[in-house]
Design a protein around this ligand. Structure first.
Ligand code: SF4
Length: 67
């Protein structure tokens, strides 16, 4: 699910330590850096947001399961 990126989101996700990327998901293989369901996850990784400080959209995965 894509939502428009707003700078307030970045402020609040850091302030509240919001977990929403694959690295915090139980379905993420942190050895192979892939989603075990085979979902494309390049835009849903923390590294993407670190490399793209002003992404046009934020990606939320409906299958995210907090690890
Ligand atoms: S289920 Fe979604 S959040 Fe979890 S690893 Fe796969 S793509 Fe990422």
């Amino acid at each position: 699910m894509y939502v428009i990126h707003k700078e307030r989101f970045d402020v609040e996700r850091r302030l509240f330590a919001f977990c929403f990327t694959c690295e915090h998901c139980a379905h993420f293989d942190d050895r192979l850096l892939i989603c075990i369901h085979g979902f494309p996850n390049r835009q849903h990784r923390l590294s993407y947001y670190e490399a793209t400080p002003r992404p046009p959209e934020i990606v939320f995965c409906k299958d995210f399961d907090l690890a």
